[in-house]
Design a protein. Structure first.
Length: 281
């Protein structure tokens, strides 16, 4: 079977890239206050690029602001419920006009992205809150929430990106992998083409090429889905609680899943091969 990499546009364009903190130069919101319209909700500070109001008009801009803040507040409630991760401080979100985002960040990101987290959430805006934009916001919020509650904890990208993308998909109705992603995953597992664990344990996918990053995101999302299949949302919540309390990844996995991260990852790969409906015998 072929293990050809999936096209990156189907994955990386729609997911956040918290792994790229060191690649994008910080942009000070306060130093460009005239460019941004400010909005606030109980737990979020939103800066919206003023150029977006030129496209949608003042009423459209305010409606977009409300929708973004509602989506973020909903994400906060859901993350608290599903993973028991609850930031105590306000999270700042910057929504850019699409052309401005592409101009300012495209050159420093190694593959196309609709958002990233770098102390604040930065996303490529649109005229309205589409399902794709909501998914990006929720993905990035997971990174922001973990950073807020455990700023010194460095998670492997396998878990960091896998949790963020699983949450974003699960809470926006996208569900698990798309059919083309699932087909690639089975092909890669059968043909030995899955990313090596050593790559997935790196703190980021920022050093990967576009195709390799797409494969790593798919695999990480599927791995977290596998964890949910083993112990449900409750197991994932206990994993996060133990990890945040102890900072010990293998201890957290042993407690919840009965094996180290590497051992559980081996089980995940073996299950992919066993579950392939195309297997004979």
């Amino acid at each position: 079977m072929s293990s050809r990499r999936p096209r990156v546009r189907g994955v990386a364009r729609l997911v956040g890239l918290a792994a790229l903190l060191q690649l994008a130069a910080p942009v000070s919101v306060s130093s460009a206050a005239d460019r941004f319209e400010r909005g606030r909700s109980p737990h979020f500070m939103l800066y919206q690029d003023a150029d977006t109001s030129h496209r949608t008009g003042p009423s459209g801009s305010k409606s977009f602001e409300r929708e973004v803040l509602q989506s973020l507040e909903s994400a906060r409630e859901l993350l608290a419920k599903l993973l028991d991760v609850v930031p105590r401080r306000s999270v700042t979100v910057v929504v850019y006009d699409p052309q401005v985002f592409d101009r300012d960040f495209a050159a420093v990101l190694p593959f196309p992205a609709a958002g990233f987290y770098q102390g604040v959430i930065r996303v490529r805006g649109s005229a309205r809150v589409t399902p794709e934009l909501e998914r990006v916001l929720r993905h990035e919020y997971v990174h922001a929430a973990f950073d807020a509650v455990a700023p010194s904890l460095v998670l492997p990208a396998l878990l960091n990106e896998g949790l963020a993308e699983w949450f974003a998909r699960a809470t926006t109705g996208a569900g698990g992998l798309a059919p083309n992603e699932a087909r690639w995953l089975l092909d890669a597992a059968a043909g030995g083409g899955l990313p090596p664990l050593s790559t997935l344990l790196d703190p980021s996918f920022g050093g990967l090429g576009a195709d390799e990053a797409a494969a790593a995101y798919i695999t990480s999302t599927a791995f977290v889905g596998f964890l949910v299949g083993q112990e449900g949302d409750r197991g994932l919540r206990e994993l996060c609680r133990t990890l945040l309390r102890t900072g010990n990844l293998d201890r957290a996995f042993e407690r919840v899943y009965g094996g180290s991260l590497a051992e559980i990852h081996d089980e995940f790969r073996a299950e992919l091969v066993r579950s392939d409906p195309r297997r004979s015998g």
